[in-house]
Structure formats: structure tokens, C-alpha cells
Design a protein around this ligand. Structure first.
Ligand code: NAI
Length: 244
């Protein structure tokens, strides 16, 4: 994947960080996106110290204009834009009867609208290069539903319909779009869950353990590769066998 430009949101930690490191080790130049400039600069330095190529691109993906500009600027700066990984996401969990309008709107806005904004900005330079790989990070919650996550499950399920649609719209242009749907992965996001919830979750996972961010990164790396050129509009669950 030499010299390909990959734009990864939520790259400061967790799954996004592992994806950024993997794509850099695959030979991509990685544009690291999250809000914290310091964390991104530190990661960019780590990657370059190891012989890879990366740059920090601080941006709040909830700010549509800033996100679209970040994509367009990266494409102009590098003269190409090959891989878009919409990974950044948040949870604002609550049972439906207690869920506020704000919790609903924020999760749909940050998790789903950002993917729409970034994809819309990215497909033009991808089509110009006759190559594009869009990988949207969904969740098993968007496939199965999950009590307490009506907003999050709706955003992640929406991402599936959205991804299948853009996969169909741009398939003839060398651009593919797929969803990677992680199960329970050990990151700050799941660290925040009560121990009892984590224990119950582990019992439901056939693999009997949480996954690692690196296990998600490998799936993303494959879908971003030349070898995945005929895979389009799919949902790849990486969940230790939890979903059918
Ligand atoms: P995390 O909470 O550890 O990291 C989230 C990343 O997104 C951070 O880099 C954060 O700075 C960034 N981010 C959040 N809001 C942002 C904003 N407004 N602007 C820019 N960046 C922002 O989460 P984790 O676990 O690494 O999750 C990554 C993705 O994987 C998310 O989309 C999440 O929904 C999904 N996922 C995670 C699972 C898990 O078990 N950890 C399971 C299923 C899906």
C-alpha cells in the first residue's frame, strides 16, 4: 500500500490508534484525526520514529464544515486520497424511557452524520484517483440492538444502510465501502462499563474474551488493500463469534 493516503478518525486512542498504526505499517501515509492535537502529534512521532509516515490533523468530527475541510485539504496537500476510515464514535447510553433528546441527537450527529460528511468530501478525490476504500466502523449493537443503546444502535445501523448505498453508487469508479462491526473490544470505551456488565458480556461471546484493537485493525487493513477490490457493501463482524 505504498504511498497511499489514509485518513483515520478517532486515531488518538483505542481502535482508531491501532488502525492508524497498522495502515502505517502497511506503507500508507496516515492522516491522524481526533480532537487532541497533543496525542496526535505524539502518535505521529511514534509512527515516523518507526519508519512510517503520519501527520496530526486535529478536528472535531461533530463540526461538519471542519471535517469536510480536513478531508479536502488532505487530498489537496497530498494530491490523492485513497482510504477513509470513519472510526471515531461516542456513546451516551441510557434506557429508552430515560434517554434525552440531547443524548439521541449527539450520538446520531457524531457517529452517523460525520461519516456522511467525510464520505461526501472523500469520494471526489477517490474517483479522480480511480481508487478508494471507505471503511466505516459500525458495531454489533447496530446489527443486534443492545438495551441502553437505542441512539448508538440506530446510528450504527444507519451506517450500514449508508455504507451499502455508497458502495453501490461508486462501485464502477474503483471505490468500495464496507463496514467493520466490532464486538466487545478492550478500549477506554468498554473500560467505562461496570464490571458486572463486562462479565455478562464475556459470557455471551463464544471466544470468551474481549477482542483487541489490533484484531479490528487487521480487518480494516484487509478491506483497505488491493486484495479486497471485489468486496463491497459488506458488514464484516469482528466479534469472537457473537453474531450470526
Ligand atoms: P474510544 O472512546 O477509545 O476512542 C474514540 C476515539 O474517537 C478517540 O480517539 C476520540 O478522541 C475520538 N472522538 C470521539 N469523539 C470525537 C469527535 N467529536 N471528534 C473527533 N474525534 C472524536 O473508542 P473505541 O473503543 O476505540 O471505539 C472506536 C470505534 O469503534 C467507535 O466508533 C465505536 O463506536 C466502535 N466500537 C467500539 C467497540 C468497543 O467495544 N470498544 C465495539 C463496537 C464498536
Amino acid at each position: 500500500m505504498d504511498r497511499r493516503v489514509a485518513f483515520v478518525t478517532g486515531a488518538s486512542r483505542g481502535i482508531g490508534r491501532a488502525i492508524a498504526e497498522k495502515l502505517a505499517s502497511d506503507g500508507c501515509h496516515v492522516v491522524l484525526v481526533a480532537r487532541s492535537a497533543d496525542r496526535l502529534e505524539a502518535l505521529a512521532k511514534e509512527i515516523t520514529d518507526q519508519g512510517g509516515s503520519a501527520e496530526a490533523c486535529p478536528c472535531d468530527i461533530g463540526d461538519g464544515e471542519a471535517l469536510a475541510t480536513a478531508v479536502t485539504d488532505a487530498a489537496e496537500r497530498h494530491g490523492r486520497f485513497d482510504i477513509l476510515v470513519n472510526n471515531a464514535g461516542i456513546t451516551r447510553d441510557d434506557l429508552l424511557l430515560r434517554m434525552s433528546d440531547e443524548a439521541w441527537d449527539e450520538v446520531i450527529h457524531v457517529n452517523l452524520r460525520s461519516a456522511f460528511v467525510a464520505c461526501r468530501a472523500a469520494v471526489r478525490p477517490m474517483m479522480r484517483g480511480r481508487f478508494g476504500r471507505i471503511i466505516n466502523v459500525g458495531s454489533v449493537s447496530g446489527v443486534m440492538g443492545n438495551p441502553g443503546q437505542a441512539n448508538y444502535a440506530a446510528a450504527k445501523a444507519g451506517m450500514i444502510g449508508f455504507t451499502k448505498t455508497i458502495g453501490k453508487e461508486f462501485a464502477g469508479k474503483g471505490v468500495t465501502a464496507n463496514v467493520v462491526a466490532p464486538g466487545f473490544i478492550a478500549t477506554d470505551m468498554t473500560d467505562a462499563l461496570p464490571d458486572l456488565v463486562k462479565e455478562e458480556a464475556t459470557k455471551r461471546i463464544p471466544a470468551k474474551r474481549f477482542g483487541t484493537p489490533e484484531e479490528i485493525a487487521h480487518a480494516v487493513s484487509f478491506l483497505a488493500s488491493d486484495g479486497a477490490s471485489y468486496i463491497n457493501g459488506r458488514v464484516l463482524a469482528v466479534d469472537g463469534g457473537m453474531t450470526d
